[in-house]
Design a binder for this molecule. Sequence first.
Ligand SMILES: Nc1ncnc2c1ncn2[C@@H]1O[C@H](COP(=O)(O)OP(=O)(O)OP(=O)(O)O)[C@@H](O)[C@H]1O
Length: 552
Amino acid sequence: MTDAHVAVSATGPLADFNLAGALTWADIHPAQQLGHLFGEKDPRVQLALALTVRALRSGSICLELDRLRELDLGEEAVSIPADWWPEQAGWLDALRSSPAVTVGDQGAGDRPLRLVDDALYLERHFADQEAVRKALLARLATAPATGTPEGQDAAVDLALTSPVTVIAGGPGVGKTYTIRRIIERLRTDQPDALIALAAPTGKAAARMTESLGDGSLTALTLHALLGWKPGSRNRFLHDAERPLPHDVVIVDEMSMVSMVLMNRLLAALKPSARLVMVGDPDQLSSVDAGSVLADITRAPATTGVVARLTRNYRFAGAIATLATAVRDGDAEGALAVLAGPDAGVRLAGVPEGSPALRERVVSAGAAVFEAASDHRPADALAALEQHRLLCGHRRGPFGVTHWTRQVQNWLLADVPGYSVEGEFHTGRPVMVTANRTEFGLYNGDTGVILHDGDRPRAWFSSGGGLASWSPFLLDGLASVHAMTVHKAQGSQFSHVSVVLPPPGSPLLTRELLYTAVSRARDSVLLLGDEEAVVEAITHPARRMSGLARRLG
Ligand SMILES: Nc1ncnc2c1ncn2[C@@H]1O[C@H](COP(=O)(O)OP(=O)(O)OP(=O)(O)O)[C@@H](O)[C@H]1O
């Protein structure tokens, strides 16, 4: 392999894992630094550090040494031969006696690594997790003693009194509806309470504002709420010394909140403030490391403050049955729904040759193109939301890049008058790839190109209305004939088609399939074979994290 990532100076296990594609220079470099700075020459300790950094990159807070086989070593990694892994007892001993490792949850934390419950952390991430744990336990200690709250009424009652409330449930169970009821109750019962609404992304915050809809409260990103300091990654104006003034903070789309951000949020709440966390713990977790919502809802300590919403008010039928089977790990049930009489859910083989996919993509693309050509922006945007092609991968034959090109070719072949001449051709669906708050646009927002005479304009739905800008001002627009499942999180479409990652892909997980399926309102077409479906359902992407266990 002649990859720029190959760490030429590595030797021993680091070099082996590097050549196998499981560790890159970014993982190995800190391990080598450890050798220089702490005199730690034991290759097993260096390997453990490199793997911990690697695990962080795929979202794990720590490296659980007894779950190494489940470690996500990336898209390109070949499977690691069993005899490459150091023998575990000896490996743990080497870590325990290393000058670079603090052992146990006490102690100064002046070493770069920490070993707790046979899980290895970078000290900074252990500190974040520990701070989150302690802050949650302190809040739980003053929570009212209830049984297991279930349903919307219990959720509202809890949010009115408990220092911490979790409202957990899938799409359409009334999470937004319940937030609205909480706000109404607060306004009558606790009219002096200062309320903040927040979400992890700009797009989610904009959607929260819109769906709560009376304009009296605006949701902010968590970064904006906490007073992010430009140029710093995770430093904020509000912290324990300068807490937020709010009495109640309601955070939506909690599944996307990382451990470090959760720590900053908890630190910035004044002691009397109540925190209401809303989200779907079964969806994909944050881009940054952590699986905070899933951890919190799983820990026995939080049973009394997690209100689960299960009744679906939006859709019944095959999509809901499929989503539930996927979530519950019921592969047989999922295959039965896919093979059943309801055409709303279907499994089709090899995507390239799938006439069903081509038909969906072309009819959706044609509708967007027709409306754009007739200069009907509202119709073009509505048509764009009718169907979305989702991929697990970005690159390769199952990825967004390949499928964007494929869809374009289908449209060129099948839609009369369709042309891709010029960068901003009529009907091109575009996606904003960075927050552009000056335009009211957020990373992940989608729009369509229309023409005013010969000038292209990019049209978006914005704040309940329509808005358009010159696409040249919005640099970084991408074509959105296909998008990743990750990017689609928080959005729904009438019809969804999903190119499944191939069997063996580390991205083929239960959470990915559940998130993809639950984006659909009216129909979902899965592209892949039964093996891929079964593999996804039987592989929960359990990120490694000590939070659930240490919360108790
Ligand atoms: N108790 C209820 N009575 C009547 N209608 C309800 C109730 N709860 C929710 N709904 C309706 O069901 C639909 C879905 O609710 P809502 O949008 O709040 O779900 P959600 O959990 O926020 O979904 P998503 O996560 O997809 O945003 C909405 O139209 C809402 O008005």
